[in-house]
Design a protein around this ligand. Structure first.
Ligand code: AN7
Length: 360
């Protein structure tokens, strides 16, 4: 491997189904930081090492780019003219960007009024045909599946196997960074592609002799959109975490297998808890992720508290998307945090003195 990082297909080509390096469509995805929590971890009543895999630092701000680079490279190889997906937002943003890069058309179906504004802006700026449907993600997904088989159009949802192939590289990077697998790998679960992909990655490394023990895979869902916790799909998912507002996950069997084979579990968290932990990560760790991502840390904190995750454990939480994706939800939570003063020295000093006196 060259010391200069290019992209994940090059770094992990041995494990990926891409053979023609010249047709790779890349924006420099992967190689995201694994950050150890400090202030939050110190406040626990147990010693647990919690790392976050900050997938927000992918080119379009979410983990989707890992899968999209492979899926779009393969679409180009197979002479597709267009890509299509249903999306709660991040897949649409990623598909739009990689299509722009590849010179392909992108059609993205989004649930009307239920996607974060940053994601919508991305899809629009990258020139995708943005199609709002008067229905939720699951209905959009069903529609996309109905048009599968159309000549020259490639579906880039995670039912496209190349998406999961690319996304499994997150597990490789975690093992490469830690030198082993974590004891627990916790992820938000929507369509359930990512938890399935990471499990594939750990298994591939184990087969290759790079890993002695596998992690337990833990999937967290929002209370109003928790089909894995209920054990069946639901028709009206609802949550503030619009990214994972999904009731009929496409990778059901794969995710179930990951949980069962790894002896992990699924859990559900309330919207208020998700938002509180989103704020906690931002305010106490300097890490800004979107609500859907915060659920992984929210779940871990709860399961440490409940004793399901014991002292001495090493935990990795995937922070799947950037906080900037959803500025509205962030602003709503911090309504009163901007202070207006006259542009005068005395007013500024008075304010700073007051604030400083509150901490000492
Ligand atoms: C930030 O963009 O499904 O369980 O259409 O955007 O692999 O679906 C997004 C999912 C977690 C869940 N966190 O991952 C889409 C879409 C964020 C996400 C998930 C998504 P999967």
């Amino acid at each position: 491997m060259s010391s200069h990082y290019h992209h994940l297909i090059q770094r992990y080509r041995k494990y990926l189904p891409v053979r023609q390096m010249h047709s790779v469509v890349s924006l420099g995805e992967g190689n995201t930081p694994l950050i150890k929590l400090g202030n939050i971890a110190r406040q626990l009543n147990k010693q647990v090492d919690i790392y976050v895999k900050y997938e927000a630092l992918n080119p379009t701000g979410s983990f989707k780019d890992r899968g999209m680079t492979v899926a779009v490279s393969k679409a180009l190889e197979s002479k597709s003219k267009a890509i299509v997906c249903a999306s709660t937002g991040n897949t649409a943003a990623s598909a739009a960007a990689y299509a722009a890069r590849a010179g392909l058309m992108a059609f993205v179906l989004i649930p009307e009024g239920k996607i974060a504004v940053g994601k919508l802006a991305q899809a629009m700026m990258h020139g995708a045909t943005v199609i709002q449907i008067t229905g939720n993600f699951d209905e959009g997904m069903a529609l996309v599946k109905e048009i599968s088989g159309q000549a020259n159009i490639t579906i880039v949802n995670s039912i496209n196997p190349y998406r999961l192939e690319g996304q499994k590289t997150a597990a490789f990077e975690i093992v490469d960074a830690l030198g082993c697998a974590p004891d627990y790998h916790c992820l938000p679960v929507g369509n359930a592609g990512n938890i399935s992909a990471c499990w594939m990655g750990y298994q591939a490394y184990q087969r290759d002799g790079k890993l002695a023990t596998l992690p337990k895979m833990i999937g967290y869902q929002a209370e109003g959109a928790a089909p894995f916790v209920l054990g069946r799909p639901i028709s009206q998912p609802e949550t503030v975490a619009t990214a994972i507002r999904i009731g009929a996950p496409q990778s059901w069997d794969k995710a179930m297998a990951a949980q069962q084979e790894s002896q992990g579990w699924f859990g559900a968290l309330e919207d208020e808890v998700i938002l509180a932990v989103q704020r906690l990560l931002a305010a106490q760790e300097g890490i800004f992720c979107e609500p859907a991502s915060a659920i992984s840390v929210a779940g871990v904190l709860r399961d440490i508290h409940r004793g399901k995750i014991p002292a001495g454990s090493t935990v990795v939480c995937t922070l799947t998307g950037h906080g900037l994706k959803d500025p509205m939800i962030a602003m709503e939570q911090c309504q009163d945090s901007v202070i207006t003063i006259p542009a005068e020295r005395a007013a500024l000093i008075a304010l700073m003195d007051e604030k400083l006196s509150q901490v000492s």
